[in-house]
Ligand binder design. Sequence first.
Ligand code: HEC
Length: 523
Amino acid sequence: MVMWLLACAPAPSTPDVAPIPAMSATDALVRVSLDLRGVRPSVEELTRVEGDAAALDPLIDAFLDDPRYEGRVRDLWSELYLTRAPSIYVNAATYGLTDQAAFEVSTGEEALAILGHVAANDLPWTDIVTADWTMADPVTAAIWPIERPEGEGWQVSRYTDGRPAAGVLSTNSLWWRYGSTDSNANRKRANTASLLLLCNDYLVRPLEFDRNVNLLDEDAVNTAIETDPSCTNCHGSLDPLAGYFFGFWWYDPSNPLENVRYFPEREGRWADYSGKSPAFYGEPGYSLRDLGQQIAADHRFPTCAVEQAWELLLRRDVAASDTSALVTHRDAFIEGGLTMKALMRSIVHDPRYLSGVTDAEGYVPKKMVTPDLLATSVEGLTGYTWTYQDYDLLRTDNVGYRTLAGGADGYAVTATATGPNATLVLVQERLAESAAWYVVEQDPGRLFTVDFTETPETGRLAMAAQVQALHRAIFGRVVAADGEEVEAALALWADLYAVERDPRAAWAGLLSVLLRDPDFLFY
Ligand code: HEC
């Protein structure tokens, strides 16, 4: 991430140097639909936008109000929070539960569910650090001290152990994922909060290491941390930040009686570890509630949300040349009451987001789907979800293929891939085959108009129309009935049919090839 300065004056309206070609309205529709809903547009939506490009705007509003938007926000921010990873200390059996897959999903999802709820319900983004509620599902409500109303799935709920109201900062989910050893003294947690909420990563600051400090001598290290300028550059503010997290100090993080609770009586334990009382860049505080308020009032908080949304939607780091665009989106975010919808609406109208094919710096002609997006877009078309014994195979690693598909687990892989690699292509192939068979056998009406009796001799017209419909649904494109795409698809169909003389198998094979097309992977 590149830091960008807050402009106090209105943003200068410097025109772009070279004109950038914009995407076609239908390409833009595909992109926005995938980014905001996780699925490709319907044929009806495509037709509407082809007839009138102005139809795109109301559709964007509808996508932001779509029930799937909440899941998209969770999926996007999961790439930053990296909490969708199994705990290294405990498992389902620790709590007398049998479903390990559900346990991993639920305990990793809490903080993301808060972000999704805030985004989908037009609450101000500051709620993510000030809320006095959390989100809970039946699993977390069963094992954590939480009062949850009846109902399915994730519900707005409350912790009952007297923990401070600080949104994601007071969730078990985040601090299970980011723990602390004695010598770490909550510094990792402090840096995590700083990185996720202020986009300030202490670890990218310059570190001029003093080789005279004996790292095996604890006293010498502690003196250096407090006095050596090469350490105080970070630790001067990091250690007071770390002081806020001692209510989550678990002496034994694998103890199921201990690691579910917040301990108000441990808040003062910073005195035994870092010796630095809680403060936020010089401003003292007492509890995580204070920290949440301090972060919410910091000008870097909205700036950071804008940077995160920008990077997640453009699939690239913030560049120095983005400054004026980011100021514009920040203004839209603030004017929109700090709602994530206002911010996203602004970003998806940005010419950098909507660029057609160009080499111009900072523009993104094509983006590769993330594993989450691959999962939801295939499901949207075919109804197929790729699971094994309750494990969602594109969202887990130990059992599933997330990292192989280009995702990040935060341990072995730290960032989502932006270009294809060998394992991703293999994952995509398996997924495409399974999804194609699934829809042909279980739910053909979703994609098929043929009734699987036609052959090129008996029903060439119907088959050509079918191929056209598949191109339309999968790529959003119109291809001619006598065009080369249809020609190639029917030739492949004939080759496949020659193997088993089974029209269903031939259609499943053809569909799996279309689902592996680069035009499906890039949008
Ligand atoms: C660039 C910023 C930066 C500088 C400079 C820096 N630190 Fe750190 N330090 C951190 C961060 C961030 C952490 C927490 C890292 C984590 O656990 O993820 C940390 C953690 C530590 C820890 C806890 C390690 C553990 O987990 O047990 C010690 C001890 C420490 N630093 C000592 C020092 C000393 C001594 C110096 C000066 C020679 C120094 N640091 C300079 C950022 C910095």
